[in-house]
Design a protein around this ligand. Structure first.
Ligand code: IPM
Ligand code: MN
Length: 337
């Protein structure tokens, strides 16, 4: 049996407890992991000022996967300047390990606006406005200038779009929807549209649709059934995935995979939700998003039987009030494996 090496970054707040819940489920599936813990996040930063240096980034690269819980200080804690952990830790890993896909599947839980629906967002994860192009001029004066560019490369867009078509082709509903704002962001929009048209010619069986991002916000709420795979840029993908999480039952269920499909760096799996310090350590954190993220990790580790089983169990699971009890959810999931 293969043993997979996994770096575990529990992080802050409820991060460590949902991560250990996910690890417990993976063990129950009989998949062997050799885990190495990395103490990173807001708590670490507040203790000794460490965010993420290049040597630690390089040591993360060689793992088979990285599991991350949640990163961030408690709401209202202003000791960490905004962007320190976002850019210095999360984005540094995304860029440094070339995690160019952010794959976020959504399953509408009972009672949600999108109950029973099943779609995924393929978000480009290393370009767009997140690339950090821009600067300020005459800082703090009445004539201050701030620019923030959006980087869209042929290479980056194409590998993302290709991944989206591969995902769509493997699903029963073979459809890709490009979401952008081509009527205003004409340069980037034109590149994305042309790449989608070109790549789609290699996948004649996959239906292609285009939505402006503002219209997509309405459709996600009113007609979520129209989506199978949404492909979009980094910023639109960030915003749409919070909306998608909300209409499918809440961000507490949403999983995500930061993927390097070329495998030149370890892919990273994390729940979309944050650190929720207010309920940390009380056994009340919903572990389902971390467990779903572990299912995505198992798929990446090519543990296909375990991955498919776990994804199905999580999908069929009706949490009800037990979502408030980490242990109850965990035992219920394990009981169905
Ligand atoms: C996410 C988060 C991050 C993002 C933040 C924390 C930098 O919102 O993973 O969606 O914007 O990508
Ligand atoms: Mn986000």
């Amino acid at each position: 049996m293969v043993t997979h090496s996994v770096a575990v970054i529990g992080g802050d707040g409820i991060g460590p407890e949902v991560t250990s819940a996910a690890l417990e489920v993976v063990a129950a599936l009989g998949v062997q992991l050799e885990t190495t813990e990395f103490d990173l996040g807001a708590t670490r930063y507040l203790r000794d000022g460490f965010v993420l240096d290049n040597a630690t980034l390089e040591s993360l690269r060689s793992f088979d996967a990285i599991m991350l819980g949640a990163i961030g200080p408690a709401i209202g804690d202003t000791r960490i300047p905004g962007g320190t952990l976002e850019r210095g830790l999360l984005l540094k890993m995304r860029f440094g390990l070339d995690l160019y896909i952010n794959y976020r599947p959504f399953f509408g839980v009972t009672g949600s606006l999108a109950a029973g629906r099943d779609f995924a967002i393929v978000r480009e994860n290393t370009e767009g406005p997140y690339a950090g192009e821009g600067g300020t001029l005459r800082y703090g004066t009445p004539n201050e200038v701030a620019t923030q560019g959006s980087v869209n490369t042929r290479f980056g867009v194409e590998r993302c779009v290709r991944y989206a078509f591969e995902r769509a082709n493997a699903r029963s509903v073979k459809k890709v929807t490009l979401v952008h704002k081509t009527n205003v962001l004409t340069f980037a929009g034109d590149l994305w549209s042309r790449v989608v048209a070109e790549v789609s010619s290699e996948y004649p069986q996959v239906e292609v649709e285009y939505n402006h991002v503002d219209a997509a916000c309405i459709y996600l709420v009113e007609q979520p059934e129209r989506y199978s795979i949404i492909v979009t840029d980094n910023l639109f993908g960030d915003i749409l995935s919070d909306l998608a999480g909300s209409v499918t039952g809440g961000i507490g269920y949403a999983a995500s995979a930061n993927l390097n499909p070329a495998r030149t760096g370890a892919s990273l799996f994390e729940p979309v939700h944050g650190a929720a310090h207010d309920i940390a350590g009380q056994g009340r954190a919903n572990p389902l998003a971390a467990i779903s993220s572990a299912a995505l990790m198992l798929e990446h580790l090519e543990e296909f039987t375990a991955a498919t089983k776990l994804a199905q169990v999580v999908r069929d699971f009706e949490p009800g009030a037990s979502a408030l009890e980490t242990r109850a959810v965990l035992d219920a999931i394990k009981g169905r494996l």
